[in-house]
Design a protein around this ligand. Structure first.
Ligand code: PLP
Length: 422
């Protein structure tokens, strides 16, 4: 399979090439030239996530230099589960937070790190990864790439706009990982990364690559749990579920749309947003206008200019198509708190502020079939928000506690990408 740029001005490349480059040379994002159609009659025989991953990802690596290593890579990358928690037989939560940094981004980051390590080893090359993070990306990436041969990582996060525990995950690793607190917003961080990529001298000197959710190597593995969860619900109920996804840069949603396109038994995909409502404004007005990001309780979704929109527009180019496939709801901080409290009172289950946007949408969205809400992070990462709401302490998972006990190392810089290369 070949991958082309959303902007149409770059040569088609293999999956490996797209993953190493991150952004296409014309500034666009890589998308499949055409989508395969999986024969789902084979799918139920896959017993675990790594096996299902190899089945789902096989067409995307067909003819690729890593084709022969895909199974091994899936074994290495998918080494933690993605279980469904059932509130009721029709309402479930896909727990994507059992990885090392307790958020769904571990799935993408680990697969990307494993892929890049295999590739660089094969080619005898080195590279530098730039990653801008609004909270969870950087932690997942730093953790996934820590001590991997041939790779240096620079992590950028907006100063004072990530939670204390998120910041810990971004700053305690050292070795091949360097962390920067940027005096600006997440969008500023993202722009610095984009600017560095557009600077040819910097780009070639440092052999830059990205690990943001724009990287194809992050997106592809996120299709796997869209398959595993929808297949489980479909086999239990005979109905294709409506999937509700707390969204920011719409990487998770995009991967789920791709999964649906190639055959996952998904009825519909809905985007739960915080007060950053760029996508809803588009649905309402028909004109797409990016916004400044607004700070909310669900801070990993504080995005005014979602970077994967280009991919969604490539999938649904006209407004009419987009409006048929994409529905969205904006959830205020007040409703996030209210939803966390309600779910805890009614079921004893604790959700993080991001997951709460999805739960709110499920409760207010008129779904006439089974629903799956993606639980994108463990609530213990956002204890300062969640604990006062439920008047209860949240037990910290072991892997988080280990990071919290370490010392932070980072520098604080202005919004100029040159400062990353001193
Ligand atoms: C990154 C993140 C999101 C948003 O995911 P996108 O793929 O950027 O839409 C939601 N929740 C949490 C906890 C996250 O870390």
């Amino acid at each position: 399979m070949r991958f082309i740029s959303t902007r149409g001005n770059s040569p088609a490349v293999s999956a490996s090439e797209a993953i190493l480059r991150g952004l296409a040379p014309d500034g666009g994002l890589y998308i499949p030239e055409s989508f395969p159609s999986l024969d789902m009659s084979f799918a139920p025989s896959y017993r675990n996530l790594p096996e299902l991953a190899a089945f789902v990802l096989a067409p995307f690596f067909e003819g690729d230099e890593l084709e022969g290593e895909l199974k091994t890579m899936c074994q290495e990358a998918f080494d933690f589960p993605a279980p469904l928690h059932y509130h009721t037989s029709k309402e479930s939560v896909l727990e994507l937070f059992w990885g090392p940094t307790a958020a769904f981004k571990d799935f993408g980051a680990r697969f990307l790190a494993v892929t890049m390590e295999h590739l660089l080893r094969k080619r005898g090359e080195r590279l530098t990864i730039l990653v801008a993070t609004s909270g969870d990306t950087g932690g997942a990436v730093a953790n996934a790439f820590h001590k991997r041969e041939g790779i240096d990582v620079k992590v950028l996060f907006p100063e004072g706009k990530v939670s204390a525990r998120q910041q810990k995950q971004l700053t305690v690793l050292q070795d091949n990982i360097t962390s920067y607190a940027v005096r600006g917003t997440f969008d500023d961080c993202q722009k610095m990364v984009k600017d560095a990529f557009m600077d040819e001298k910097v780009c070639s000197t440092y052999h830059l690559s990205s690990a943001n959710s724009i990287n194809l190597g992050r997106l592809l593995p996120q299709m796997v749990y869209a398959f595993s969860s929808s297949m489980e619900v479909f086999s239990k109920t005979g109905l294709k579920p409506a999937v509700i996804i707390p969204s920011g840069n719409v990487g998770n949603s995009c991967a789920t749309y791709w999964a649906k396109t190639i055959g996952a038994p998904i009825h519909s995909v809905s985007l739960a947003l915080n007060r950053n409502r760029t996508i809803i404004d588009y649905l309402v007005t028909g004109t797409y206008t990016k916004r400044e990001s607004i700070a909310t309780l669900a801070n990993a979704m504080d995005v005014g200019d979602p970077s994967n929109m280009e991919r969604l527009f490539a999938l649904y180019p006209s407004y009419e198509q987009f409006a048929i496939h994409v529905s969205a709801m904006s959830v205020s901080d007040e409703l996030i708190r209210k939803t966390i409290a309600e779910i805890y009172e009614q079921t004893g289950y604790i959700v993080c502020p991001h997951t709460a946007t999805g739960e709110h949408m499920r409760r207010n969205g008129d779904f006439d079939r089974p629903t799956v809400v993606y639980a994108t992070a463990h609530p213990a990462k956002f204890e300062t928000i969640v604990e006062p709401v439920i008047s209860q302490e949240i037990p910290v998972p072991d892997q988080l506690q280990e990071l919290l006990d370490k010392e932070q190392h980072y520098s604080t810089i202005d919004t100029d990408y040159h400062l990353l290369f001193r």
